[in-house]
Design a protein around this ligand. Structure first.
Ligand code: GLA
Length: 730
């Protein structure tokens, strides 16, 4: 025991030392080295004061090894040296033509900005480097934070006007990242549309620029603020992969640029489109946080680092937060037709299956009987719930479940009391059309009165009712983003202030109601990003709950976001596109995230209920491994007739394999699935949910499972299985 205590002390001291040294500074040569367990990152000050990027890649341990920053030489009168100097945060000024990180216009029209090093401050894992314009006091403080254990660093910038005149920020980026010089890089990114989010794309990077962005006001279904770059040949398990994710839920932009000198640079932050943010003397603008890292073990390695980062450092409660419970949501069963007896009947059925969180979706408030009216009127509809929500919540709680409620606070139907009372609260350009989508308009949340009103409404709901969970929806893109009440030069601030006020409400709600959990939904996956993840527990990944389509959506989602944050429902068939898959297939599919059920339980047969009860019990047994473990994407739905994903606990004691076969060609043999992440020297016990396993014995070494793999008898269309793998002996 004493010996163990001693060991713990040594480990603790060692990790303290490691943490203390995650940032080293070679003062003489002005070189910083940021160190994580998986990667290092270096930058330094050049002779003229420019802050240059020097290194990004596998781990280094000596700042002395990194050559200091130098002034390069002009190549020609068309290729000035600045274009070769890889500045960490270039201003737009002098002879700089690539994507700048910061561009301003001063009150007198002067737009030249050349940022040079001023000072630095290091505190533990935090480094702030202050840059200043060569002529006046336009200041940019570059923030670097090192998350050494998870291989991630984050960067953002605070722009402050320390001059005596106002200026307008026309472009404010969080960071520019540089790949090691060279050609042949490949970009991986996520694109999609409503009901088909997070599809994986890969393409070579050539000279010129590729822009990933949202101009929609929210993060968007079309592109997700995540990228990965590799040297052209990385795969799931091998090869260096650089990755980054921007933490912003509004208009964002990531540009990937290759210069004529084979330098790939990635710049990201606020979208520059329609951007304009005036700063009076003394005022500041903070850019979103841009997280990035490098993994030597392929795309799988990159995802695992990001998932670790999200669980430990980004999502509320960190590693202390609870595992996601099994949820039931009434939407696909009832749509707007909610009422107390109907919801109670569903709750009783859900509780019997083992559901832990019962969520009532849209339709419970105001005159919300269709999507044409009532949004904005967050008072319980007395015809549907004559005694308020209290009796339903009590019944749900008595059944042993928590209660959750759907809200869409940022929106109004024109046919609502709120809009009749405050028509000026929606974003609009005076006298111009107010374009509706799904019969609704967007409240101008940039206004502090709107922000405070919404906080009060939600706080009241959460204070007066035992609500454990809000499903926070946001069901349209912005249009006519006008703010006529403020001075013309301030109107474009809406893009930034809207998002900051959204974060403010979420933060205040969580602070006041510490047990409250929140799901981020925007017509499915329209608000999935690391900015909002600081305030929410789950994302609704897609309104498309069809299980086969979901495999691809979930695969792309998993590139950037952990399973714990991916709400996934079992729903009825035939689903959206008319496809029918077996219930077990749907369950196993959804159990790869935070399991939910969105089916009409009134229509389920007793066989369905039996299978559901078994699957929910299984989920409770394995969810810790799924939500907190390491994900290995073994077979991709993009390239195989079988999809296989494996989740392994951090200590390799337990794993679970999910496998799905979509449409077997006649007589094509069943796949052999090679596992990953186990301890080769240990023996593991295998339990198959449905005996589709043809292993020689039920106890197999990790070595065999990883070298040969499991033969899984999946045949025909939409067959599925899961195998639970538990360490039997060391
Ligand atoms: C959006 C959500 C759905 C559901 C409806 C309710 O479409 O994505 O899950 O909540 O709104 O109107």
């Amino acid at each position: 025991m004493r010996r163990l205590g001693f060991m713990v002390a040594i480990v603790a001291t060692f990790s303290c030392l490691m943490a203390a040294q995650s940032i080293s500074f070679d003062e003489g040569r002005k070189v910083w080295l940021l160190k994580t367990q998986q990667s290092s990152y270096a930058m330094g000050v050049g002779p003229d004061g420019q802050l240059e990027h020097l290194y990004w890649g596998g781990p280094l341990w000596r700042a002395q090894d990194v050559p200091a920053a130098t002034n390069k030489k002009d190549i020609s009168s068309f290729d000035p040296r600045e274009m070769l100097e890889n500045e960490e945060f270039p201003g737009w000024g002098g002879k700089r033509y690539y994507e700048p990180a910061l561009k301003i216009t001063r009150a007198d029209g002067d737009r030249d900005l050349v940022l040079h090093y001023q000072s630095q401050a290091t505190k533990g894992d935090e480094l702030d480097i202050t840059l200043k314009d060569i002529n006046d006091d336009v200041e940019a403080v570059l923030r670097y934070r090192v998350y050494a254990d998870v291989g991630v660093i984050s960067r953002w910038a605070t722009i402050t006007n320390r001059t005596k005149q106002s200026f307008t920020v026309e472009r404010a980026q969080s960071a520019t990242w540089y790949m090691p010089p060279g050609d042949g890089y490949r970009l991986t990114y996520l694109s999609g549309r409503w009901a088909a989010e997070t599809q994986i794309n890969q393409e070579p990077i050539h000279e010129g620029m590729k822009v990933l962005e949202s101009r929609l006001g929210h993060t968007g279904h079309n592109l997700n603020p995540w990228f990965a770059i590799d040297a052209g040949s990385a795969d799931e398990e091998h090869g260096g992969v650089y990755f980054g994710a921007l933490a912003w839920s509004g208009n964002w932009r990531i540009s990937v640029e290759q210069t004529p000198y084979k330098q790939v640079r990635v710049t990201g932050g606020f979208n520059t489109f329609d951007f304009g943010y005036p700063l009076k003397p003394g005022q500041s603008l903070e850019t979103p946080v841009f997280y990035a890292g490098f993994a030597a073990d392929g795309f799988g390695g990159a995802s695992r680092l990001l998932h670790n980062m999200e669980r430990e450092y980004i999502a509320p409660g960190g590693l202390q937060s609870r595992l996601r419970p099994v949820l039931y949501n009434s939407w696909e069963a009832t749509t707007f037709d909610v009422n107390q007896p109907g919801q109670e009947a569903l709750a009783e059925k859900a509780a019997k299956l083992g559901v832990e969180l019962f969520v009532m979706d849209d339709g419970w408030f105001g005159e919300r009987n269709t999507d044409t009216a009532g949004l904005g009127d967050w008072v319980v509809n007395p015809k549907k719930f004559p005694n308020g929500l209290g009796p339903l919540i009590k019944r749900v709680n008595d059944l042993g479940m928590d209660f959750g409620l759907w809200v869409e606070p940022e929106m109004v139907n024109p046919d609502s009391d709120l809009y009749r009372k405050h028509p000026d609260w929606v974003m609009n350009f005076k006298g111009r059309p107010r374009s509706e989508l799904r019969n609704q308009l967007v409240l101008n949340l940039a206004r502090d009165d709107v922000r405070d009103y919404l906080f009060t409404v939600l706080d009241k709901l959460a204070s007066e009712n035992n609500i454990r969970y809000f499903k926070w929806d946001m069901n349209r893109t912005f249009a006519e983003p006008g703010w006529p009440e403020v001075a013309p030069e301030e109107q474009k601030e809406l893009w930034v202030k809207y998002v900051n006020n959204l974060y403010d409400i979420l933060a205040r709600l969580r602070a006041k109601h510490p047990k409250l959990e929140i799901e981020s939904c925007s017509g499915g996956g329209g608000r999935v990003d690391l900015g909002v993840l600081r305030y929410v527990d789950e994302f609704w990944a897609s309104d498309n709950t069809e299980a086969f389509d979901r495999l691809r959506i979930q695969e792309g989602f998993s590139e950037a976001y952990g399973a714990k944050f991916m709400s996934a429902w079992v729903t009825d068939v035939p689903n959206m596109n008319g496809r029918s898959t077996p219930l077990q297939y749907r369950f196993l599919d959804a159990m790869q995230g935070a399991l939910g059920i969105g089916a009409n339980l009134n229509k389920w047969t007793s066989e369905d209920e039996q299978l559901a009860t078994k699957m929910i019990a299984l989920d409770k047994q394995i969810r810790e491994v799924v939500q907190m473990g390491d994900l290995y994407r073994l077979l991709s739905p993009r390239t195989n007739d079988t999809t296989a994903n494996e989740y392994v606990s951090k200590n390799a004691d337990k794993a679970v394999l999910f496998a799905f076969r979509h449409s077997q060609e006649y007589n094509t043999p069943p796949p052999t699935i090679r596992l990953r992440g186990l301890d080769g020297k240990s023996v593991y016990r295998l339990e198959s949910v449905d005996r589709k396993l043809t292993a020689p014995t039920t106890e197999v070494s990790g070595a065999y499972l990883m070298e040969h793999g499991l033969d899984v008898k999946l045949t025909g269309d939409f067959d599925s299985t899961a195998v639970v793998i538990t360490r039997a002996t060391q």
